[in-house]
Design a binder for this molecule. Sequence first.
Ligand code: UD1
Ligand code: MG
Length: 447
Amino acid sequence: MSTNNPLAVVILAAGKGTRMKSDKPKVMHELMGLPMVNWVLRSVEQLSPERVIVVIGEGMDDLRAAVKPHESVVQLSQDGTGSAIKCAMPALQGFEGDVLVLLGDTPLISVETMRGLIAARRASDNTGISVLGMRLDNPTGYGRLLMDDSGMLNDIREEKEASAEEKLVDIVNSGAFCLNAASVNGWLDKLSNDNASGEYYITDLPKIAAQENIKTKVFIATNSEEVMGCNTRLNLSDMEQLAQQNTRDKFINSGVILQDPSSVYFHHDTQISSGTIIEPSVYFGANVKVGANVHIKAFCHFEGADIGDNSVVGPFARLRPGADIGEEVRIGNFVEIKKSKIGNRSKISHLGYVGDCTMGEDVNFSCGAITVNYDGFDKHQTVIGNGAMVGSNVNLVAPVTIEKGAFIAAGSTITTDVPEDALSVERGRAKLLKGWAAKYRKEKQRS
Ligand code: UD1
Ligand code: MG
């Protein structure tokens, strides 16, 4: 018995996923914006295995790129999970230790569960295989674990071959195995495709090992939801909900306040510090970081944004990639910000667009003010110094610099730089025709 055997991991991901009705390889479908196969890899990396090999199908270049820097091998014939693991074996030549086999379509499996499965294999020298099992109310579609009275596994019966009696077994194969590398090649040579699918099943290995008096131990996952496999679009949307729910729970437990958790959607990489309040109906796209004690009001949409501590954002704010919001900033309703740095305590309280801008601290960017950053060909920068006051409905035509403390009068279209503490007004002089309205009204009423 050894608890620190070297570990190699093989992830089976070559299946086309016909049941997904999609051109993409199944494991490239995303949960919370991350392909399923990368969820598995993210957990696997925490085990620090010596080798990781992903079995992919022919022409799956996007998948090969997505799993890098890990090695991938191509399974030319898509003839079953047994054949897939066989394809990985040449890459493991000379490897001694345990081979953890995982399915690329089982993305939510936790590292603790993987550790439990590995420990089950290592529990005795006579245990050549451990299988990750789960108990399900509805086991339909999964391979059934056929165990003897002592709890040892004799065989795994796929749905297609199961008798009516075997279908009643509610402990099923989650698809993850831990195998003793020394014996695997011999067992794989004995696999046959004489079954209902005409495929080589990895699930035949326990039966083959038993012929050599090698035992297979079942490790039951405590949380069956994490080892659910994804075969259909409906499975994928169920898993998305589950992953979202897990993430909401994680944030709530870490001190983030979600007023209506089920209406808030996160990306797999969302970061939020404690004390932050999130009102209902907020969407987090890729790469968003929110500091501590931030108040996010309802109906906001964020992508690629960084929000500093104690800021207030929304309702109805849109932060696009490169929105770098300082501390104690106020972003109000119907404000869009992209590729801009907003200094501490600045206020963009209503109806504004800020793009390609560096805004200093304590700036007031009033209602309806915008940066005019695009000339039809190129984007240009706007720079606004500390303490500047940009009035309502101002157009800042970039490239333009407003130096610190300057005032821009409401309604101005600014095309030239404004020096420190100056006032820039760009407005037509008002023409006043006394009594004109009354006369006009009278005329209209007569006709
Ligand atoms: C498999 C198991 C079943 C288990 C279920 C758990 C077998 C024969 N059946 O069934 O016992 O209950 O998973 O989710 O193993 N793959 C390849 N090459 C192939 C075929 C599949 O790499 O030739 C990969 C797929 O990309 C997928 C994984 O193996 O990631 C599982 O394949 P899938 O067809 O989904 O098997 P299930 O029918 O779900
Ligand atoms: Mg599957």
